[in-house]
Design a protein around this ligand. Sequence first.
Ligand code: FES
Length: 95
Amino acid sequence: MARSQLTFADVNLTVTVPAGTRVIEISDRIHSGIVYGCREGDCGTCLMKVVDGLENLSQPSVLEARVLKEHLAARDMRLACQAQVLSGDVTVRPA
Ligand code: FES
């Protein structure tokens, strides 16, 4: 299975993850400042900035795209509970 490097800039920690891992699954465990509410792509609490590797994340679903729009999110922002790391390296930090 493909593996990726997921870095949390706010706590300066890099974790090797299997493809398909949602960012929130790791940020929760390592106590990153990326917080969450619903974990279902609805509340927008887990909004994060993708510092590097945006192209290595899954595309936003219709639901996520709607929530991003509602929160006036910049193009480099995603929901940590929805974005899956698919390949390569990704660096994120709290929004
Ligand atoms: S935790 Fe609610 S949208 Fe991610």
